[in-house]
Design a binder for this molecule. Structure first.
Ligand code: FE2
Length: 373
């Protein structure tokens, strides 16, 4: 792990409260087309832009909003530099999981004291609409956590961005439920410790290859959670030994290292959301027909019409608190790396453990088609 030894004092994240996910920034090859894709297929509004027209010389960035979800697509304008290097290495993917804090300096200071590696020291950026305080620390792979305090800013996103008003129509996507990262075999526990040490996150749930295995592919996962009212949730996966290459290993091979595997977005009406997303061209994994035959027995009574869920390939899982509905997109770029999840929780606090097998069988069908299984 590319961090200093973890010798810091016990976690006390009350001192540096993370308020929640501020935004998720992607480094991509073509930000204009990526923005168009998330606008047309996923219903995001394009609300801000930065680039040469706004005095930013080396990149173009588009800000996309839906509900509380803020995605930023950033592309390099030349062959050199960090953005171009990362796109070349990883393909399109998540660079920054930005976290809202009330005190950027304290958040950065405390994280570094506890062993995090600084990427960007605290600094202020400002324009006529106010000032934003920013800093960043490195996490798994080339991914960073940016700390953002925008309490003194009235502009559309950050200084350097101009207002854009290109509505995407919405698809009912309301907030980031969780972001999943894939790390190398044997590294999951190190990163769980990292999130515990640096941010005081607690292990919320865990799964092993007995829970999450198909005939060929297996993984282990621990879910860490923290921030204000547990608003920041990062499940961390590592590959486990299966008969064939784990889908997590396929991700690691194509992403060339650890990174964000999927972003789960919550909706209050998954049937309406997925129906709309499908019509707009978003592509989802198919669920095996047999999955729906065994569903009533596994899940019991639910509010939704089973035929409707089957038609949309929406999956269902239950824990002692209630049930959830979820569906996974196909990878959003050419490499089999990043994808999205749409999730609706009806009391359930889990992540679809009961669906892992159904999901993985679906993913493996695609993996086999690519000749990587
Ligand atoms: Fe998920």
């Amino acid at each position: 792990m590319e961090t200093a030894p973890l010798t810091a004092s016990p976690p006390a994240y009350e001192e540096t409260p993370l308020q929640g996910v501020d935004h998720i920034e992607f480094f991509v090859g073509n930000a204009r087309q990526a923005a168009h894709y998330y606008r047309s297929a996923f219903g995001f509004d394009v609300t801000a832009y930065a680039g040469p027209e706004t005095g930013i010389r080396d990149r173009a960035s588009y800000v996309l909003r839906q509900g509380e979800v803020v995605l930023v697509m950033t592309a390099p304008l030349g062959p050199d530099g960090e953005i171009a290097g990362q796109v070349q290495r990883h393909g399109d993917g998540v660079r920054a999981l930005a976290l809202q804090v009330t005190d950027v300096d304290a958040a950065h200071h405390d994280a570094v004291q506890r062993g995090a590696r600084s990427v960007t020291a605290p600094h202020t950026v400002e324009d006529r609409q106010g000032a934003v305080r920013l800093a960043a620390v490195r996490t798994f792979g080339d991914t960073v956590h940016t700390f953002v305090d925008r309490s003194e800013y009235q502009g559309p996103f950050l200084p350097g961005y101009r207002d854009e008003r290109r509505p995407g129509g919405g698809a009912g996507l309301a907030l980031v439920d969780h972001c999943v990262c894939n790390v190398e075999l044997g590294r999951m526990d190190e990163w769980v410790s990292w999130y515990n040490q640096i941010f005081g996150f607690e292990v919320f749930q865990e799964f092993d290859e007995n829970d999450i295995a198909t005939q060929y592919s297996a993984l282990r996962s621990k879910v860490v959670r923290g921030g204000r009212r547990g608003s920041v949730t990062f499940p961390i996966n590592e590959p486990a030994q299966g008969l064939r290459r784990s889908q997590i290993q396929e991700y690691l091979d194509y992403y060339h290292g650890p990174g964000v595997q999927h972003i789960a977005l919550h909706t209050d009406d998954i049937v309406a959301s997925v129906d709309h997303l499908r019509r707009q061209g978003a592509e989802f994994l198919r669920a095996p027909e047999a999955y729906y035959r065994s569903l009533p027995e596994r899940i019991g009574d639910i509010d939704e019409d089973l035929d409707r869920l089957r038609a949309l390939d929406v999956l269902v899982d239950r824990d002692e608190h209630g049930y959830l509905l979820q569906i996974f997109t196909r990878p959003v770029a050419d490499r089999p790396t990043l994808f999205f999840e749409v999730i609706q929780r009806k009391g359930c606090r889990g992540f679809g453990k009961g669906n892992f097998k159904a999901l993985f069988e679906a993913i493996e069908r695609e993996q086999a088609e690519r000749g990587n299984l």
